[in-house]
Design a protein around this ligand. Structure first.
Ligand code: ADA
Length: 539
């Protein structure tokens, strides 16, 4: 077992409006404290302020180490004893840094996190750009010969056959013994040479992973003085014609888009809140979360693995328009993020779809090569999961043939028709039918977003837009149309709970109010309406 230290806790902190994250000021007075994980801009005195937050603590260690940061925002630079050891260039992305920490003793770790708006990393999206460290920070002391990663893939769910791709920190010229244990028992000892090797084996007494029975197995790989450990699930996700299959059976995804967002925690939501969210989801009878619109925390994915919640995970890149969309830097960043995300979260059985470029300009033929190349970046790492993007170009989309599964974000009854009309519910069925008819017949098709705003506690005998009644009616009508039609492999409402955005674009109090729960997770009428339908077996 590697020595791992979880560095979460209370760190020294100071905030500087004019500082850049890449430059550590000569002398810093840490005049405050912040928890890690924690967002500084959701608490006084830094509410809504933009600048650089310097998080600092001492760490007792020495030699070769790996520092892991499970997501932060917007971007950061990491300093060890005053020298830069790496950058976090992508908001929310888990990152790992390997470096020589020096002589054993106390060392100073500073994470300089900027939440300054940045046209490239995080422009104005319809979700708030929080500032802080969103996930755990851990430090491992690395042995000289180490296992860098192991990717676990189910090859055959019927026989429990899996493959392990094992990668080491250096190349071994002379073969070394590699021991593989599953659930505490040695199942194979194989010679390992070179730097990367595939091992195939059958898991003894395996139990399949599924939403109904989320069985996990424990893998340990031992090489010289190092060991790698992870949980995995035996399950296969496949696209066959219009069907999405899990372990050979057609899947019916029903769930929500979910932001990591809470008035008091920002994007640094604690695992207990994540667990409460997921328990509510399961209690409703739903089985699916689209992690909109960025990489998810390790703790969230672990909970989904254990609770049997299926996940669409995606990289950041929301509604990006030209000229940004056609800049070489944008494509490079998308490709890089796809590779990093698929590599970091490969072993989570809960993840069944990789996504990218929400609501891009997929009506333009010129975008085809961009979509193809981001898709290929995912596939370079992982060919076991379908890859897609959520489109709002509908019938005009010219890229649907490039993805494994077509996903659309239509908003009938909300963003269409005359806003002065009392209700738009009657438009839902004809619109969804027309759209479904335009989707290629040879692919699975899902609704990746649909919904309406509702202010928590607003009731109206007219059932007018923005009332809880209107949202509930819309949700019921969508369920009636989509869940009764085998053409759809999934329905994912926009969205789980109200999430912080900005005041522009009809966002009352700066919140996107299309949550089926409010920002404190109090259910609106739509939540119970869907729950009743799902309990009646409408799935
Ligand atoms: C889009 C977008 C979401 C959200 C939604 C809305 O579909 O993908 O992030 O902004 O619209 O509420 O309008």
């Amino acid at each position: 077992m590697r020595k791992t230290e979880n560095l979460d806790g209370i760190w020294n902190f100071t905030f500087c409006e004019t500082c850049e994250p890449g430059k550590l000021p000569g002398s810093i007075r840490y005049d405050s404290s912040m928890p890690v994980p924690g967002c500084f801009d959701v608490m006084t005195p830094w509410f809504g302020r933009r600048g650089t937050g310097f998080f600092r603590r001492l760490v007792h260690t020495g030699g070769l180490v790996q520092l892991a940061v499970d997501g932060l925002g917007i971007e950061a630079e990491i300093f060890w004893d005053g020298r830069s050891v790496g950058k976090c260039p992508y908001a929310y992305m888990p990152e790992k840094f390997v470096f020589d920490s020096g002589e054993r003793g106390d060392h100073e770790l500073v994470i300089a996190v900027s939440n300054q708006f940045n046209q490239v990393v995080f422009p104005f999206y319809d979700f708030y750009a929080f500032g802080g460290i969103f996930g755990s920070v851990t430090l491992q002391e690395l042995p000289e010969d180490r296992i860098e990663w192991v990717r676990i893939t189910t090859l055959d769910y019927k026989t429990g056959k899996i493959s392990l791709r094992i990668r080491t920190g250096r190349s071994f010229r002379k073969a070394e013994n590699l021991e593989i244990r599953i659930d505490g028992k040695t199942v194979a000892t194989v010679p390992f040479s070179g730097r990367e090797q595939d091992v195939q084996l059958k898991v003894p007494r395996f139990r399949l992973w599924s939403p109904e029975s989320p069985n996990l197995h424990r893998l340990e790989v031992l090489l010289k003085n190092d060991s790698f450990e992870d949980d995995f699930g035996i399950r296969q996700i496949e696209v066959r014609g219009q069907k999405l299959l899990l372990n050979g059976k057609p899947l019916r995804l029903v769930g929500y888009n979910r932001h990591e967002s809470h008035p008091q925690f920002g994007a640094a939501t604690p695992p207990s809140l994540m667990a409460a969210d997921l328990q509510m989801l399961k209690d409703q009878g739903a089985n699916f979360i689209r992690g909109s619109h960025y990489p998810q925390r390790e703790s969230f994915l672990k909970l989904c693995d254990r609770l049997g919640v299926l996940v669409w995970e995606e990289i950041l890149g929301w509604d990006v328009k030209p000229p940004e969309l056609f800049s070489p830097g944008f494509l490079q960043r998308q490709k890089d993020q796809a590779v990093r995300l698929a590599s970091a979260h490969y072993n989570h059985p809960c993840i069944i779809i990789w996504g990218f470029m929400n609501e891009t300009e997929s009506q333009l033929p010129r975008v085809r090569s961009i979509i193809r190349s981001v898709r290929e970046s995912y596939r370079k790492i992982d060919t076991s999961r379908p890859v897609t993007y959520a489109s709002n170009k509908y019938e005009k989309d010219v890229c649907m043939d490039l993805v494994d599964l077509v996903a659309m974000n239509p908003y009938p009854g909300w963003y269409d028709g005359d806003i002065n009309e009392l209700s738009g519910i009657h438009r839902i069925e004809p619109r969804l039918k027309a759209l479904a008819a335009a989707i290629p017949r040879d692919k699975p098709y899902m609704i990746s977003e649909i919904g309406a705003s509702a202010i928590y506690g607003e009731h109206d005998p007219w059932r007018a837009r923005w009332s809880e009644e209107y949202q509930a009616e819309l949700a019921k009508e969508v369920c009636r149309v989509v869940l009764n039609d085998p053409r759809y492999c999934g329905l994912c409402f926009w969205h789980f709970s109200d999430a912080k955005s900005y005041l522009g674009g009809g966002r009352v109090m700066g919140y996107n109010d299309k949550g089926f729960l409010d920002r404190y997770r109090r259910p609106k009428m739509a939540w119970d309406a869907v729950k009743q339908l799902l309990k009646k077996g409408m799935m």
